[in-house]
Design a protein around this ligand. Sequence first.
Ligand SMILES: C[S@@+](CC[C@H](N)C(=O)[O-])C[C@H]1O[C@@H](n2cnc3c(N)ncnc32)[C@H](O)[C@@H]1O
Length: 243
Amino acid sequence: MKPLLTRERFPNSRHSKSKVYRSASLCIVLMPSDFTGERSNEWSSSQYQTHAGFVPRLGAPLLKDLSPQKGERILDLGCGDGVLTLQLQSSGASVTAVDASEPMIHAARDNGITDAHVIDGHRLDEKMPEWEGAFDAVFSNAALHWMKSDPAKVVRNVRGLLKKGGRFVAEFGGHANIQCIVDALKEALAARGHSDFDSRHPWFFPTAEEYTALLEANGFEVRSCVLIDRPTPLPTDVAGWYG
Ligand SMILES: C[S@@+](CC[C@H](N)C(=O)[O-])C[C@H]1O[C@@H](n2cnc3c(N)ncnc32)[C@H](O)[C@@H]1O
């Protein structure tokens, strides 16, 4: 397998307008009294645009790393509402988009992504066996940390989709991402008698070393895998962002 570039995000520091969070800063997050930490992986495209429209904006530079070429076949894994997928499509590549959320795929289609499918990244191999070895590249922005039940399976599925020499270019939440929010969630849950935080933790935030090892163990040659410290203001604060 040829070029692979994986990036991870790191949390941030103070910002003058919106609240931003990093592991070292003081963070107080108030939870409703019935908060249990349980949340389904349900997405609303309109809420996403309001509270997390910064996600595709911040992911846009990743398209440069992907360098999509006219005529290439590229899969966008966890495409969301397709805002970035559209930019990918404008390169002239033939783009296929997948996401586990039906509302997000509807939004992506409404945004002009015609080849869009509701599929969980863990199940690409069984749902679409005909896609094996069909893609020049797999792209993914801000989605892999959600695929936490079996990240190795997701990596194997990505590899299975690629042609010989194909590339995997992705960015997602890395080690210590939004650490103070995670700590606050953990504390709030403990205060309600839930001490099993690890099983409730919604995300997979590996170190660059862990993810490199995972990729290499599953057939990739890793060209670059780095943790990026990227301050990220939350326009509607934690309440809006966490939903
Ligand atoms: C933060 S959004 C990112 C969306 C888009 N890539 C962007 O940059 O705006 C994360 C997306 O991952 C999708 N997702 C979460 N778990 C998934 C899974 N197991 N398989 C496929 N998609 C998943 C969600 O439905 C959501 O649309």
